[in-house]
Design a protein around this ligand. Sequence first.
Ligand SMILES: CCCCCCCCCCCCC[C@H](O)CC(=O)SCCNC(=O)CCNC(=O)[C@H](O)C(C)(C)COP(=O)(O)OP(=O)(O)OC[C@H]1O[C@@H](n2cnc3c(N)ncnc32)[C@H](O)[C@@H]1OP(=O)(O)O
Length: 719
Amino acid sequence: MAQFTRVSRSVGLITLQNPPVNALSAVTRQGIVDAVKSALGDPKVKSVVICGQNGIFCGGADIKEFGTNITGPPLVPMIHAIEASNKPVVAAIEGSAFGGGLELALGCHYRVAHSKAKLGLTEVTLGLLPAAGGTQRLPRLIGVPAALNLITTGRHVTAAEALQLGIVDQVTDHNTVDEAVKFALSVAGKSLDARRISTYPCPRPSDVDALFEEVMQKVRQSARGAIAPIACVQAVRAAATLPYSQGMEREQELMATLFTSGQARALQYCFFAQRAVGRWSMPSGARWDTSKPRSIRKAAVIGLGTMGRGIAVALAQAGLSVVAVETQEKQFTEAKKMVSGMMERGAKRRGTAPPLDKITYSQNIQAVADVDLVIEAVFEDMALKEKVFQQLSTICKQGTFLCTNTSALDVDHLASQTRNPELVVGMHFFAPAHVMKLLEVVYGPRSSPQAVATAMQLGKKMGKVSVAVGNCRGFVGNRMLKPYLEQALFLLEEGATPELVDGALEEFGFALGVFKMSDLSGLDVGWKIRKGDGLVEPGLASGPSARIRQGRRYSPLGDLLCEQGRFGQKTGQGWYRYDKPGSRVARYDPWLHSFLEEYRTQHGIVARRMDQQEVLERCLYALINEGFRILEDGIAAGPEDIDIIYVFGYSWPRHRGGPMFYASMVGLAKVLKRLEHYHQAHPDIPYMQPCNLLRRLVASGSPPVHKWKEAIKKLRSQL
Ligand SMILES: CCCCCCCCCCCCC[C@H](O)CC(=O)SCCNC(=O)CCNC(=O)[C@H](O)C(C)(C)COP(=O)(O)OP(=O)(O)OC[C@H]1O[C@@H](n2cnc3c(N)ncnc32)[C@H](O)[C@@H]1OP(=O)(O)O
């Protein structure tokens, strides 16, 4: 709702009251309409201030209404009525003014913002465009190039930048509403002719066509198949080329297309899923709201390889005191230099001082004696990690949480090396750890709820999206990656090329296809893991048994490349050719293609033609099938956890909502049918055998994704 009061005798104060973010729900819109009517009808009111309660102006339209039958007064006429008012209306912006919230402020005649406020037309991140006049008013106010930048990216601007751009008229460090009231008093009675943005001519760039052509090309490239950024450009083009009323019609038309699109549903699902993963639960019944985290002020990182360095930087940037331990002399010296460089570059980007004094370095593990939490990031080797955990258990003060950054190893086994296994959890960061947003917090059967709560809270403090998951080989992300990578290799054996597979995946929306990604990460990483698992047999053995390992189909293609020293970008050769070691542009490699042909001949495989659909179905459905197994095993609490891990950690295109959401959009029955088809064709690939949970969900009528958790609970109780 919205409340109308009169302050300072002649200022009508309208306060949006819809916790937690004053979203413009039907009731709130009705409240605003009524309050504006009261303010304009009150002869004692000479000017008006609109603000939001609890330190936030407005988080925009109520996203929860979007999937429903929208009732209540529409936003566009409501904002027009405010703009048309003959009494000056001032927006008092504290906290956030996003989406429809900023559009409401743009309908006001003046805007006063607190210095800490953030503003943005964020709709594009939800698969929409600013459809309450934002695409028409913003370019009129700040010019086409700046408006395009804000609207196509949805980026948040600070109050200082908003002032510089001309979005706000005044920035204050004091009480924003008090300042806005003063401002409203000062402009009472003044002409509003020059204050109604919709009446401004849109500044027309000299060569409109060339400008929009160039922008459209850039946007298409970075959008990776997302349609909203493109519609945003089209709407701003309408502002630059059409009168306001026709521009508004175009805005509404484009919005109507986006509004019902699968992409908007996917992006809005991601918005809520990102928040839902914070409300974690464990199979034991422990939950986020009943588990109290402990505050961590001092942490240690053991091992300063690539991961350890990134983790140390992320901890220091979050304001923690960090003890960084590396026992090997060469690595120690190199890491100190690298970590300082990373912090300096980060600080330069943010315009802050680098937190260099937050980190102390040591070559002695005893230096961690007084820390509250340790993150072990030594080489991925169980024997080595066992030793570190045994040492930590005796060195650290009572109650220190011991975390491992392992990407696949058994967290519970490591816990068993310590005196207090309840203090042990996995904190699986993604490289580069100071940049990537995802953190998997892995609990073992003995991890205490407090240890999980503490790791989750620390992740949040480090700016990560943290997801709590159970303990199994590869946890959620890497466990699902295995069948995906495996399918890609099988496709090559059967006749595909790296270009075909990557092309299909990139068209789907991945930033990099699976082979380019493997070249970037380094092919030797997986090789080492497969060696550890006893899967690698050197040489190019012939016959079908060469492609069966441990009773299932196996492709030695990756091993054979590694035997040739082709480790990917870092060696200048992998699935592609690079101009020199470390170069990033993947080029067609004739050697690789002859190698594949020779391989097929040697193994008696007749290459067949395959299309992008088969590539997508086999790679993605194998991965999704494993996602269902993860849900079945209770390793992830719900589909949202899996989807957020994939969107934030594995560059799954956000506008497709994550693998489990995607499966629900494709239709569970179809996914099941295609998996059955591929399993029949390839009975030696266990990953293609449809998971029981998928079968049972289909049998129960394929509930929508937001009902899976409940459905899984019900199915479990029937067993
Ligand atoms: C067939 C023909 C159809 C024709 C077309 C129909 C047209 C319909 C009319 C459309 C008019 C367009 C209007 C406008 O252009 C569209 C929009 O405004 S879209 C919304 C834009 N807003 C945003 O993108 C902001 C989203 N929110 C945030 O970024 C953050 O929440 C915040 C505001 C910065 C606050 O951050 P925090 O303090 O960290 O808090 P949380 O993020 O955890 O949020 C707390 C809580 O609030 C819920 N929430 C947040 N924003 C909204 C919202 N806009 N609507 C509903 N709910 C919101 C959030 O989910 C949290 O709750 P929880 O999920 O944890 O329960």
